[in-house]
Design a protein around this ligand. Structure first.
Ligand SMILES: Nc1ncnc2c1ncn2[C@@H]1O[C@H](COP(=O)(O)OP(=O)(O)OP(=O)(O)O)[C@@H](O)[C@H]1O
Ligand SMILES: [Mg+2]
Length: 361
């Protein structure tokens, strides 16, 4: 671009055009899905766009290519358009060999539960539980039947965030989940007495997780969301080996260091053949509760870049917003307490994308 300071066409303008193109069958655009790998514009306004799609449907890359060509031609003032399209099949769940274990064993489904999705991260305190609970409420507000399973047996926080701490009843030797805001929920915290320390080791964790997933009367659910403990240890592996997870959602904050742990979280899901549904960037930007002004305090956007780099969908950004914490502490998730607020809308957008992805398989 040397010597052409007044060049009218920039990568950014091309990106804006691409933002108008929806991923086939989805309400989300191809840029936020992380499909666009690079954009190049020459002095003659020739445009090269590199796209990479993960799909099992060969029509999807063809459709995207056609839509990109049409959109760029309609924009006007663009010379030659060169689209470099690559497509890759995502690994099919349960078909890839497990590391060192031959073919993956078929894992039992939970009867009546359509989709099981784990929410995890390689790191503590990034807002996994907050995201799991609010995402659950947002999915429920879309009319879906939702359950939340708190698999964090060392630091269970879901019952407090959902304001439900009563003991579960038992029917036919199975635990009945407690219900609040139209959601079903089960947590080890509901079975323990106040301050009893949880000092279980690996095999006991395995047992507890198995009980949770298989010995709870979940009934009919569209989605069971599982809030994982921080890290990539026993609980995550037990869960992935106990039930057939349909996908993993990775929660990250925008800083590089948090992204590094998100990468570890992704590697953990991949090791046990769980498909990555996508990345949610939490505490993405700050919204001042007084003036509504936005501030990118943690260099916002890292989650989206990371999703693009790792070729997984980007599910959305949740702002850092004091009310989210206050609502969590009160046991009334913000999506229920203030459904019209900016963070609630952000959770709803994530929920829409998650349910679209689950529908498409
Ligand atoms: N977007 C947000 N805006 C404001 N506060 C938030 C946001 N997300 C999470 N928090 C607050 O940050 C704290 C940690 O969140 P949370 O417990 O959900 O994290 P976690 O990743 O589940 O932690 P752990 O690793 O301990 O399980 C909580 O006090 C929560 O209310
Ligand atoms: Mg948590």
């Amino acid at each position: 671009m040397a010597g052409r300071v007044d060049h009218p066409l920039t990568d950014e303008r091309v990106r804006e055009v691409l933002r108008q193109i929806k991923f086939p069958g989805f309400s989300r655009d191809i840029v936020s899905f992380g499909i666009v790998k690079s954009i190049g514009v020459t002095d003659r306004n020739d445009v090269t766009v590199a796209l990479h799609v993960m799909t099992r449907d060969p029509e999807v890359p063809r459709q995207i290519q056609r839509d990109v060509e049409t959109a760029l031609k309609q924009f006007g003032g663009i010379g030659r358009v060169n689209i470099e399209m690559t497509a890759q099949q995502p690994p099919q769940q349960g078909q890839m060999p497990m590391a060192g274990a031959g073919a993956a064993p078929a894992r039992p489904q939970i009867a009546g539960v359509k989709h099981i999705v784990a929410v995890g991260s390689g790191k503590g305190g990034v807002g996994k539980s907050t995201v799991a609970v609010n995402l659950a409420c947002a999915l429920a507000s879309l009319g879906q039947k939702i359950g939340v399973m708190d698999a964090d047996i060392y630091g269970p926080s879901v019952p407090k965030m959902m304001g439900s701490v009563q003991r579960p009843t038992i029917t036919d030797e199975k635990l009945n989940p407690v219900e609040n805001f139209g959601l079903k929920m089960m947590s080890m915290a509901l079975l323990l007495d106040g301050n009893s320390p949880v000092i279980w080791r690996g095999p006991m964790i395995m047992k507890a997780i198995q009980q949770f997933s298989l010995a709870v009367n979940w009934g009919e659910l569209d989605v069971l969301l599982v809030d994982l403990p921080p890290g990539t240890g026993d609980a995550q592996l037990s869960l992935a080996q106990t039930i057939a997870l349909d996908g993993g959602v990775i929660v990250t904050t925008p800083q590089d260091v948090a992204l590094e742990v998100a990468r570890r979280g992704i590697a953990m899901f991949e090791r046990v053949n769980v498909k990555i549904l996508g990345i949610i960037e939490n505490m993405s930007y700050y919204v001042c509760p007084h003036c509504g002004e936005r501030d990118d305090i943690f260099s916002h956007g890292g989650g989206k870049q990371e999703a693009a780099r790792l070729e997984v969908p980007f599910l959305g950004e949740i702002p850092l917003f004091t009310e989210i914490r206050i609502c969590g502490d009160k046991g009334l998730p913000i999506v229920v307490a203030e459904p019209k607020s900016e963070p609630s809308k952000a959770f709803l957008r994530c929920a829409e994308t998650v349910s679209e992805l689950l529908e498409k398989g």
